[in-house]
Ligand binder design. Structure first.
Ligand code: OKP
Ligand code: ZN
Length: 338
């Protein structure tokens, strides 16, 4: 199968020094070495054909993101340095929907973000490169006759909404992919990252032609906390086209796979033309951010269950933070698609 990697030089330019959370100031887990670990392991297999995509601008970002938000992402860090700021930029004052953003983009960080995720000098370059990789993978499936293509996208995307960043995400790659595919047929998105894909959910919440299914840690106690409950089922024409499956701490293979298999029944009934998978390896038992107890075989079984749907599929990398394990987990997850 084809694998489209984010431009390596560009992804390396997004490497925040630390993040602020309830644990205090800690090393930033969403690091360039995640990419290295997955890419190296895939290069050692015989079933992939690796393409590194170009860096540079992306034309179709406005299909899912608002223009003022994109301007913010592009200019905020430069404005921060211009106003005497140093190092990474992150917010500590947040607005609600009635807020008015200050003209200085750096000052507006808490308007365009919903948590303390830092923005670096290279964030915009890296996020655009990750979107490029995803859209190249999308083209290969949509017009290039490929059955399943994996986009090693970094930074990830599923928490980014149409107009806010957060959760290590800036541009929503799964949404860009699905919006593109939806011009040619119905799309089902399955998000198997440990965290709820709130950004993807929000972008398609009112659409009936894109089904969003997410299995994740219960937001009663886990990030992103305010989205991902079972009673969020879509609105308007999208009523019934969002399916959230919040799961308890400590979930093991059998329970997870039972829920996934029930979800795929719903997916088959929707009869999509395309499948988009947001995959995170933070469901693995030793992930430093997760609480689930899935084994490496369990991760492979998730891939097998989704591959069995036999749909033209774009697989997009989201989270997963135990760097030494990521290569093996990616190989196991992708092998059933090859
Ligand atoms: C992104 B993805 C831990 C704080 C956790 C954000 C988690 C974002 C996960 N120090 N905060 O879905 O894997
Ligand atoms: Zn995650």
């Amino acid at each position: 199968m084809k694998v489209v990697c984010t431009n390596n030089e560009a992804q390396r330019r997004h490497a925040p020094e630390s993040e602020l959370s309830r644990a205090g100031v800690t090393p930033y887990p969403e690091c360039p070495e995640r990419y290295d670990a997955i890419r190296t392991a895939l290069e050692e297999t015989t079933f992939v054909d690796i393409i590194e995509s170009a860096a540079g601008g992306v034309e179709s970002l406005a299909t899912v993101h608002e223009a003022d938000y994109l301007d913010f992402l592009r200019t905020a860090h430069t404005a921060w340095l211009g106003s005497g700021g140093e190092g990474d930029l992150s917010a500590c004052v947040f607005s609600d929907a009635n807020g008015h953003p200050p003209a200085d983009p750096a000052a507006a960080t808490g308007y365009y973000g919903f948590d303390t995720t830092p923005i670096t000098a290279g964030t915009w370059t890296a996020a655009c490169a990750a979107a490029n990789a995803t859209l190249e993978a999308t083209d290969l499936v949509r017009d290039g006759g490929e059955h399943a293509v994996y986009a090693l996208s970094r930074p990830p995307g599923h928490h980014a909404t149409g107009n806010r960043f957060g959760g290590y995400c800036f541009l929503n790659h799964a949404a860009l992919c699905a919006a593109n595919l939806a011009t040619k047929g119905k799309v089902a998105i399955v998000d198997v990252d440990y965290h709820h894909g709130n950004g993807t959910q929000e972008i398609f919440y009112a659409r009936g032609d894109v089904l969003f299914i997410s299995l994740h840690a219960d937001p009663e106690w886990e990030y992103p906390l305010y989205w991902g409950r079972a009673d969020e089922t879509g609105s308007g024409e999208g009523h019934g086209a969002t399916l959230n499956i919040p799961l308890p701490r400590g979930v093991q293979n059998a329970d997870y796979l039972r829920h996934l298999s029930a979800a795929t029944q719903r997916l088959r009934a929707f009869a999509p033309t395309y499948l988009v998978v947001s995959v995170g390896f933070d469901t693995w038992k030793n992930d430093p951010l997760g609480t689930f107890q899935l084994s490496a075989e369990g991760i492979g079984a998730i891939g097998a269950c989704l591959a069995e749907l036999a749909l033209p599929t774009v697989i997009i990398q989201e989270g997963g933070y135990d760097v030494p394990a990521l290569g093996d987990l990616a190989v196991r997850f992708l092998a059933p698609f090859a």
